[in-house]
Write a protein that binds this ligand. Structure first.
Ligand code: HEM
Length: 393
């Protein structure tokens, strides 16, 4: 879905012949607007997969809402609509990511580290998982919101390059501040849901969103989806991401100058800024030290154990069926290999091996290799898979 802002953009681009690759690859760009040139570059530059960037060297707390990264509302030529992820939305609104909301996975890995001090391992894990199922491997671009022409020419079907808002590949049900896709809008900030987060924080977090409040919010949202969404799905991969995302605000939205318990207590006005307006508070400093897979795993386990709900799915409203296969995996501890297998299999489903040729095949192999870099930091026992062959970096 294109946002309100997309309409004038498309009309303007159509008037100048810039839509759909009408500017020939060899044509002069003289006299074209920034938006047209950006569009031209994005629709013609087929770069394929690239190695993932490494970890950043300095992970100290530092000012990130600085003069180079001011919050700006969307301009008429920017098509970024509401996005499922308040973290990436905020990074785009502050220019740590391209303000268009379309970025390469490399840009995302660097931006989440630089802007919020997300640990390199989890940044690579989430970003390349999302890139594999929601991004364009030909142009090496991913929309953090909806499908957009800015990601360039798409690979052949059944591939979907719909961006992070695409339901049921990465995006899933029972989000804290976004509704379930079944009800028609899985990406806009939802005031009613945010108020539930506020209430839980007041009741269980002493007026702050902390890990105790997170446990209640997470549990309540699961119960709500079980009770209302006949198509509620809460197994792999959503089971893992839903719990991790409830930890993220505590890890990444709290000012890095806070110490002790206050370093893990999120003020509710600050929370609203991130969740609703994609905006850091004035003078915001990113957290002190990277927060990676291990720390996320600890938070995630706390939330799972606080109110255990087995992985499963609804067969009609209120009829939650346990996914026995996935339950086995989780009873043996959180298994990153299962997540890895899910995304490898999903990629192969979207890009059947015989059809993936040339630069597309190379890009998929590269992105899978990038994804595996993070998997192997978490577990040495998952065998690497090479459906598209090996890459040599
Ligand atoms: C590293 C790349 C990232 C990717 C690809 C990504 C992707 C996503 C996606 C697809 C969702 C939607 C899941 C759903 O609710 O259905 C989501 C939600 C979320 N993301 Fe991100 N994310 C990333 C980084 C971050 C960062 C750095 C933060 C910082 C706090 C963050 C915070 C959140 C939160 C809090 C939610 C849950 C929103 C809610 O439940 O209302 N994410 N993210």
């Amino acid at each position: 879905m294109l946002s309100f802002y997309a309409v004038p953009t498309i009309l303007a681009l159509a008037a100048t012949g810039a839509v759909g690759g009408i500017i020939e690859p060899f044509a002069s760009l003289a006299g074209r607007t920034d938006a047209e040139i950006e569009h031209f570059i994005r629709s013609n530059n087929i770069v394929g997969g690239r190695p993932a960037p490494g970890p950043i060297a300095d992970t100290s707390a530092k000012l990130v809402n600085d003069e180079h990264h001011p919050w700006l509302s969307l301009l008429p030529f920017q098509i970024r609509g509401p996005c499922v992820c308040p973290g990436l939305n905020t990074l785009a609104s502050h220019g740590w990511l391209p303000r268009s909301g379309v970025a390469s996975p490399g840009q995302i890995v660097t931006a989440v580290q630089e802007g919020l001090n997300m640990g390199w391992d989890i940044a690579v894990l989430i970003t390349y998982a999302a890139m594999l199922v929601d991004g364009n491997p030909l142009t090496d671009l991913l929309s953090i919101g909806s499908k957009t022409f800015l990601t360039g020419p798409a690979p052949p079907k059944p591939a979907i390059v719909g961006g992070l808002n695409t339901h049921a590949v990465f995006e899933g049900d029972a989000s804290m501040t976004r509704g379930d896709a079944f009800f028609g809008d899985n990406h806009s900030f939802n005031e009613t849901l945010f108020n539930q987060l506020v209430q839980a924080s007041n009741a269980f977090g002493g007026g702050k969103y902390n890990i105790s409040a997170a446990a209640e919010v997470r549990f309540n949202r699961i119960q709500q989806s079980i009770a209302t969404n006949p198509e509620f799905f809460f197994s792999i991969p959503r089971y893992a991401t839903a719990f991790a995302e409830a930890v993220f605000p505590i890890a990444f939205f709290v000012d890095g100058r806070n110490t002790g318990a206050a370093a893990f207590e999120l003020d509710l006005t600050v929370a609203r800024g991130f969740f609703q307006d994609s905006r850091m508070p004035r003078d915001f400093h990113r957290r002190d030290g990277a927060f990676g897979l291990d720390a996320t795993g600890e938070g995630l386990s706390f939330l799972i154990n606080a109110h255990f709900v087995p992985p499963g799915f609804n067969k009609g409203i209120g009829n939650y069926v346990v996914d026995e296969e996935t339950l086995d995996i989780f009873e043996n501890g959180f298994q990153i290999c299962a997540l890895y297998d899910f995304f490898v299999n999903k990629t192969v489903e979207l890009y059947p091996v015989p059809k993936a040729k040339g630069v597309l095949r190379q890009a998929l192999a590269q992105n899978l290799a990038n994804f595996f870099l993070a998997v192997k930091t978490a577990s040495s026992t998952c065998p690497e898979q090479f459906p598209y062959g090996k890459v040599h970096n």
